[in-house]
Ligand binder design. Sequence first.
Ligand code: ATP
Ligand code: MG
Length: 483
Amino acid sequence: MFTNHNKETLKLNNLENIENTEIIFPEEDEEILFVEDDTDTYVQITDKDTWKIMIVDDEPAVHQATQLVLQDFTFENKPVTLISAYSGKEAIELLNQHPQTAFVLLDVVMESNDAGLKVVKYIRERLENKLVRIILRTGQPGEAPEESIIIDYDINDYKLKVELDHHRLITTAITALRAYRYVHSLEERTLELTKTLQELKRTQIQILQSEKMATLGNLVAGVAHEVNNPLGFIKGSIRNIEEYIEDLFSHIECYQKIYPNPEEKISKNAKDIDLEYLNEDLPKLLFSMKIATERIEDISTSLRTFCRSDTSEKINCNIHKGIDSTILILKYRLKANNIRPTIEVVKEYGNLPHIECFLGQLNQVFMNIIANAIDVFDIVSANQTLPEFKAKAYKIVIKTEVFTDNTTVIIRIKDNGPGIPEEIKSHIFDNLFTTKSVGQGTGLGLAIARQIVEENHGGRLSFNSTLGEGTEFLIELPISSYK
Ligand SMILES: Nc1ncnc2c1ncn2[C@@H]1O[C@H](COP(=O)(O)OP(=O)(O)OP(=O)(O)O)[C@@H](O)[C@H]1O
Ligand SMILES: [Mg+2]
């Protein structure tokens, strides 16, 4: 549905001269010009199909003369749409409505001596439009603008109003449109290239990280697997030892029953080796060994959970297992070292359903966020100027819950570190942004984490941080990717 508004502002073409031409505007911004063609049917010409040329001059005669020459002009098979403004103010209004204007034929002296120059300034500085070609038209031959004006105001050319004859005006239009088209395609190409470059950088980072993770993952999973063989042997042996020891002790018992008063040497030896205690303690010892092997088995399973290589499809996973395996991997870093005490990890797990996800990737997110918290504790501890943090118990709280809408889970990872300074808050997710020294940080951790959470899982990664109190990262994930 098209409406016919704003007709006065857009004095398009020389209406008296173009009979049967009607300007009709779509409801959206883009105007559509209907031109009657030879076959009496209306041909639709949209913005993209015309070159927009703006004539800015306070003398109606100049408009008429220009329109007469340019109204039927076509360039590369596209007609022109002529837009007329009679003052600098009107030109500015129309330029806002027609950002795609290809070139402006601009008078200098209108409502003020420098009205035209103000329009140029507005186009280049306020609209930040470097594409539109601007051609100044001065009244008198002696009024040629100074070179400095052409340079300072980023004007592309200047003509005299007397140069309004058909041939010169057409040449001017062709040159300007050619330049516009060239700059325009350059701009488009630059935009495309910038986008491709960003995409490439991100892909490169992702490949690097996933390669790093995959190599590390394979290595760790390999080690975990290797541990399983001797572990299986120990577990089996403990079972056998238990049986053998039981047999041995029942044999001793049998002896004791049949020979309740053994020879002196035998009773002395029993006392020396504390046979009674041995009988009592050995099963306990074996039990502890069994528990220890189970623990090693858990570690090995966790390692393999952490290092699991993701399938191409998301699968339903237990997020808590992922977090636990990550903590286990980082355990060596959480322990006290020579600059700081142990970092306590508090788990406040809610009742979470299985989440449809790439768990290997999410583990990487947990890893990057928890590692950052550990880094920050290490940094403040090394920094003697913040003694108050040395007195504080270092803590990382991991809380999980289902959001009230029942379609999202929230994982909060909170540290009681120094917090993130206001001035870097907007940068922490940027690629390669780091406050750490060379070799300690690459500035990729959070960029990758955000990409995994938001792009690969349709979730959200955000944070709250207060100086002196700490930082909390929030990972919001949809329970099912189909909801
Ligand atoms: N928990 C936190 N507390 C305070 N600052 C943080 C915290 N987490 C991140 N930051 C800040 O955000 C920056 C960017 O973090 P990011 O994980 O992306 O990179 P990095 O840790 O510096 O390097 P990388 O993770 O690649 O080794 C950090 O350098 C740090 O300044
Ligand atoms: Mg990091």
